[in-house]
Design a protein around this ligand. Structure first.
Ligand code: NAD
Length: 452
């Protein structure tokens, strides 16, 4: 395997240097091929998602296939504009010259994907890599092997290996890849593995994007539209059985409205998943027995007020709400990444902001309130990757917004033009005139230097 990876690196580097990946017509053609290839493989992708995670067709299309297609069509619509060489303004010191910004592909890139949206998170960064003119090695997650195989079949059918290759495997394969001299590494996964990736990259000074996780807070203020807040929180939390990096991890509810809010939450769970969610054949399962057991151990915390039942044979856990939770409990010590929603109550919004600010910077944050001052206080005082006011998750599908974390939830951003920028190095070039020469720059007097 090691030998194969090294061979692949040599082939991709040679292909990159041939200049073919930079050809704009070819980039467009290859993105179009990806679009139609995904349509052709739609059934296989859905069936692999069903086998690996029991994802329903609706969720598979809306959160994996549809979003990927949308990202490709948005990129195709704008790629020429993004790739344009941009002229920048001149200052007095540069009279006679022209200055330009040239987006240039990094070269041979590595994309490491997680298992929770195993199709979308392997392909979405690839769209940016191709659009910007790079080659790519894609390493899907070993925990969703059926999706990994479909990703390999799809990309092998569409592209030569020296342009885009899929390397399947687990931690060991990932670490072998990380020893290679890539020009860029794009990693999506946990914060702990993000540190391993960054350490490996730092040894060869390889730039990285780290799309990581964390505990994303949701705040429900007393003046919120409670019915709508509950509906949108239940939708965002239990989608994919809570295995979403930007799912509301926990909810902080104002004490005056907590009971009412919980009534709405229970009703919405029933509307979306029925009275017996474990019998719902469309309900996503937990990815592995290890994660299933980890989640069940959290049920010892607080008071379960909705759900709580589980089925080991299918690795499913009911959409669950846990009240009377505090920060000392294990459920509040790590990212939950499952269908368990802890509820904390508050009296004073300042105390909530202070509490969250003193914890690792979250990937997402959601605040529900009708008061503009409260909305602004929360989104400006708390650092977080991205988020919504009066909604959950929706910011990730706004193509003009960057997506990414900050601090422990990640480094860098992507989607749309931000993906193109992520996979490009911007070369700044001054083209100087030879028609005249400003003598002042050659002077060593104090006055001349101060002009420069
Ligand atoms: P993970 O970090 O365990 O694995 C991600 C990838 O890294 C996999 O391909 C895996 O094979 C590889 N890997 C695992 N251990 C490794 C090691 N020691 N050295 C090198 N490579 C290694 O993450 P996961 O469990 O697949 O995904 C869940 C995590 O990902 C959650 O924390 C979630 O929040 C985060 N996530 C973030 C985003 C985002 O866009 N920010 C999206 C989805 C998931």
């Amino acid at each position: 395997m090691k030998h194969e990876i090294e061979e692949l690196m040599i082939e991709q580097r040679a292909y990159f240097h041939s200049g073919k990946t930079r050809n704009m017509d070819l980039r467009i053609l290859r993105l179009k091929a990806l679009y139609y290839g995904i349509l052709k493989y739609e059934k296989e992708i859905m069936s692999a998602l069903k086998q690996d995670l029991n994802k329903s067709e609706f969720e598979s299309f809306s959160t994996e296939i549809g979003v990927t297609l949308k990202e490709i069509s948005f990129t195709l619509k704008n790629i020429k504009k993004w790739a344009k060489v941009k002229r920048v303004k001149n200052s007095l010191t540069h009279v006679g010259s022209t200055s330009t910004l040239l987006p240039e592909p990094y070269g041979v890139t590595l994309i490491i994907a997680p298992w929770n949206y195993p199709f979308y998170l392997a392909i979405a960064p690839l769209i940016g890599a191709i659009a910007a003119g790079n080659t790519a090695v894609v390493k899907p997650s070993e925990l969703t092997p059926n999706v990994a195989t479909v990703v390999r079949n799809l990309l092998e059918e569409l592209y030569p290996e020296e342009f885009v290759a899929v390397v399947e495997g687990g931690v060991e394969t990932s670490q072998r890849l990380l020893q290679q001299k890539f020009d860029y590494i794009f990693f999506t996964g946990s914060t702990s593995v993000g540190k391993v990736v960054m350490e490996a990259a730092s040894k060869q000074l390889i730039p990285v994007t780290l799309e990581l996780g964390g505990k994303s807070p949701t705040i429900v203020h007393h003046d919120a539209n409670l019915a709508l807040a509950a509906k949108r929180i239940v939708w965002g939390k239990y989608m994919n059985a809570g295995q979403t990096c930007i799912a509301p991890d926990y909810v902080y509810v104002h004490h005056e409205v907590k009971e009412k809010f919980l009534v709405h939450v229970k009703r919405e769970i029933e509307v979306l998943y029925g009275k017996k969610p474990l019998e719902n054949t469309e309900y996503t399962r937990i990815v592995s027995k290890r994660h299933f057991d980890r989640l069940l151990s959290f049920l010892e915390d607080g008071t379960t007020v909705a759900g709580g039942k589980s089925k080991e044979e299918t690795l499913t856990i009911e959409p669950t709400v846990i009240d009377n939770v505090d920060w000392n409990m294990p459920i509040m010590q790590e990212e939950i990444f499952g269908p368990l929603l802890p509820v904390l109550e508050y009296h004073n919004i300042d105390a909530v902001i202070e509490e969250v600010v003193n914890r690792p910077k979250p990937l997402a944050l959601y605040v529900f309130s009708e008061n503009k001052d409260i909305q602004q206080e929360v989104v400006t005082r708390i650092p977080f990757g991205g988020g919504c006011i009066n909604d959950t998750i929706y910011h990730i599908v706004q193509p003009n917004l960057p997506f990414g974390g900050v601090g422990e939830s990640g480094i860098g951003r992507y989607h749309g033009e931000y993906s193109f920028q992520t996979f490009s190095h911007y070369k700044g070039v001054v083209k100087q005139t030879t028609k005249f020469d400003l003598p002042v720059r050659y002077s060593t007097t104090k006055y001349a230097l101060s002009i420069l």
